[in-house]
Design a protein around this ligand. Structure first.
Ligand code: MFK
Length: 641
């Protein structure tokens, strides 16, 4: 059932909540029942109701007026930082007291700024997506991407708030990264899509820093990490070409030709370039030798830095073919670009482009996790608020147990995902301040793809479920709720799809020769030991121990199987790691001295799900050659076998 768009009464003209959850003007708070709908009329009107036709006319008129007055209350969030009890309890538990004090003040202020100033800008970005102008009035090619003032304001705010700078200034040593991630998490759902350029900007700064910030890139690094809105740059990450975005090694056709001055000119076609209005980009290309030949495959790829426009604003020998017509993230310009001799600087060793850009990928994948958790938190907060306002079947939604069960299930998902995010940025902070052990570095390498692939799927599921909790209103464009859904759906696609990331999990296992699994298991074990004193957690503890046992058995058996087994198991294996590790994090959080009963409840509920799907599926024979043939038969029909 869909509600139509109804006029809003000024708040000062409303009486108390009516039984059905709708509001009426003050002067009409006398109850009258007409055709089953309870309405109210003024006393002077009741006194004059003698004549039947007049009464009918009046009733019709009143019903119409009352119908016009019916509306549902808009779900809202307040100061997101103050309302987020899990975030606050996490910070209180982990941050040193001095850091907590400073950070708390800033986050409270930021929460207010988000609510009062930034959220309205976000809606403006959605309402005014970028517009591409290819030619000017005189037929000259201009290739201008017009962005709205709110989008440009987001860039200034990002600099003012130090949304990138915070991680590189390291004011709070190893906690700086976590603090930056928390600000990005709060910003994400109110950013009007600006979290996308921020992800790539952070990734580019990380790549430059990891290269030792060479002199030629010092200016770029300073700008990417600047707090001065006039200096601040954003960066693109141009990886995807016409032949696809996952198989970068075989899909990259762009050629780099060396110039006498040592720079390069790039020729090629970039098929998806997100935030195409950025100031600079990092991109992959194949260096042509004197005969114009290029090395194919991954070993032929090198990493380049380029400015998108020169100081006068002219494009760097780049033509914009068109903007992409996307399902979501419409606030942000994604373009197809022809590189027609764009001047660029080689910044990796020749042939080490993929390894060099991996630093960027790991950062943008963490931003993806931030976006996923933020989107889930926003949806659940709105559902929760709505449940306290909306009446159906004679009572508020919050008093319908089935409705609350649905929201509670989502809440457990968000809590788990949030703690996984915090764990990753905690480890990253240690790694960036040389405080991480070798084991912690291995664990970080493993957990980034695990978290990216798992939270991307969670975010889509939660967005769909939460949308349903608003009934038909959730499906209405002008509520803003479909924007959250559309934007969440990309999270499992960009920055590596679920399957590509599952294979990356296997890559991290292979690269460490299995060492990372030993670290994973011992870290989970330690977290369980920390939680073992909390009696209420014992059922969750028991289930997690069983899951670890099953995972070990699977690993031992898979070691002697063909590569196909691990490939077929990759997704379920990654899900198992995500569920087991998150379960351990929830238990660790629930075992704190000041933990609440809901912390315990969340841990218990999380661990009630299948924690090791890879073992269960392996037991069903899902990863053998026969299963692979059956998969094809199911997809194509028996005729193709
Ligand atoms: C809110 C969030 C906003 C986010 C906005 C972003 C918008 C931008 C949109 C996009 O750009 S989406 C496109 C993103 N593209 C991808 O994510 C690429 C997906 N494909 C992969 O990840 C492939 O697995 C990969 C390209 C990496 C495969 O390439 P290769 O060359 O076949 O991989 P190979 O040979 O296994 O690895 C080459 C080197 O890189 C190895 O190093 P070594 O030579 O030293 O051994 C690998 O270890 C290393 N490497 C690969 N992935 C790594 C890594 N190192 C660390 N971490 C990783 N993740």
């Amino acid at each position: 059932m869909f509600a139509c768009r109804l006029p809003w009464w000024r708040p000062s003209a409303t009486c108390k909540s009516w039984q059905s959850g709708h509001f009426l003007p003050w002067d009409r708070c006398q109850m009258l029942s007409v055709k089953g709908i309870k309405v109210t009329v003024g006393q002077e009107q009741q006194a004059g109701m003698k004549d039947k036709p007049v009464l009918e006319d009046l009733e019709t008129h009143l019903v119409r007026r009352e119908m016009e007055a019916l509306f549902q209350e808009q779900p809202e969030t307040g100061n997101q930082y103050l309302e987020d009890t899990l975030l606050r309890s996490y910070l209180k538990t982990h941050l040193p007291p001095k850091v907590l004090e400073e950070v708390h003040q800033d986050l409270e202020r930021f929460g207010n700024r988000l609510l009062t100033k930034i959220q309205p800008l976000s809606w403006e970005c959605e309402q005014n997506p970028p517009v591409f102008q290819q030619y000017n009035a005189w037929g000259q090619r201009v290739d201008h991407i017009h962005t709205c003032s709110a989008w440009r304001r987001m860039k200034e705010i990002s600099a003012e708030e130090g949304l990138i700078a915070e991680a590189y200034e390291k004011r709070y040593s190893n906690w700086s990264r976590l603090y930056q991630a928390v600000k990005l998490y709060l910003f994400s759902s109110s950013s009007g899509g600006f979290s996308c350029p921020l992800a790539m900007t952070d990734g580019a700064a990380k790549v430059i820093e990891s290269l030792g910030t060479p002199g030629s890139l010092k200016n770029a690094f300073d700008r990417l990490t600047s707090r001065d809105p006039k200096k601040f740059w954003t960066s693109g990450q141009w990886m995807t070409e016409r032949r696809g975005g996952s198989d970068v090694a075989n899909g990259t056709e762009t050629v780099a030709r060396k110039q006498p001055d040592g720079t390069y000119r790039l020729y090629g076609f970039k098929w998806f370039t997100s935030a195409a209005d950025s100031d600079m980009a990092l991109t992959l290309a194949r260096i042509a030798d004197a005969e114009g030949q290029c090395t194919q495959g991954s070993r032929g790829l090198s990493l380049f830095f380029l400015r998108v426009r020169d100081e006068e604003g002219n494009l760097n020998s780049i033509q914009v073919q068109r903007l992409k017509d996307k399902l979501g993230t419409r606030q942000m310009a994604t373009a197809e670009l022809w590189l027609q001799g764009a001047r660029a600087e080689l910044i990796s060793a020749e042939g080490r482009g993929v390894a060099a850009i991996s630093n960027m990928l790991n950062i943008t994948r963490i931003h993806n996790v931030i976006g996923a958790v933020a989107s889930m938190r926003r949806m659940v907060s709105l559902s929760r608020d709505y449940a306290q306002k909306r009446v159906a079947f004679g009572k508020l939604l919050k008093d319908h147990p089935l409705h609350m069960q649905t929201i509670a299930r989502m809440e457990v998902q968000v809590r788990g995902a949030f703690l996984l995010l915090m764990e990753i940025v905690r480890l990253l902070g240690l790694a960036e301040t040389n405080l991480a052990s070798e084991q912690e570095q291995l664990l970080l390498r493993l957990l980034v793809p695990v978290a990216k692939l798992y939270t991307g799927k969670q975010a889509s599921a939660v967005a769909v479920e939460a949308m349903e909790s608003f009934g038909g209103q959730g499906y209405m464009e002008d509520t803003g709720l479909p924007v959250i859904l559309r934007d969440a759906l990309v999270l499992s696609i960009w920055e590596g799809t679920t399957n590509i990331l599952s294979l990356d999990v296997l890559r991290s296992l292979a690269k460490s020769q299995g060492q990372v699994m030993a670290v994973f298991l011992s870290t989970v074990q330690k977290k369980l030991e920390l939680a073992s004193g909390t009696e209420e957690l014992s059922p969750a503890m028991q289930r997690t121990r069983e899951a670890i046992g099953s995972l070990r058995q699977f690993m031992a058996a898979a070691g002697s199987e063909q590569a196909l087994t691990m490939e077929l198991a990759a997704r379920d294996f990654s899900y198992s790691l995500a569920r087991i590790y998150t379960g351990a994090l929830l238990m660790e959080h629930a075992a704190r001295p000041d933990a609440s009963p809901t912390d315990v409840c969340a841990a218990l509920r999380w661990c009630n799900q299948e924690l090791c799907p890879v073992a269960a599926e392996s037991g069903r024979g899902s990863y053998g050659g026969g299963a692979a043939l059956q998969d094809s038969a199911l997809v194509f029909g028996n005729s193709r076998l």
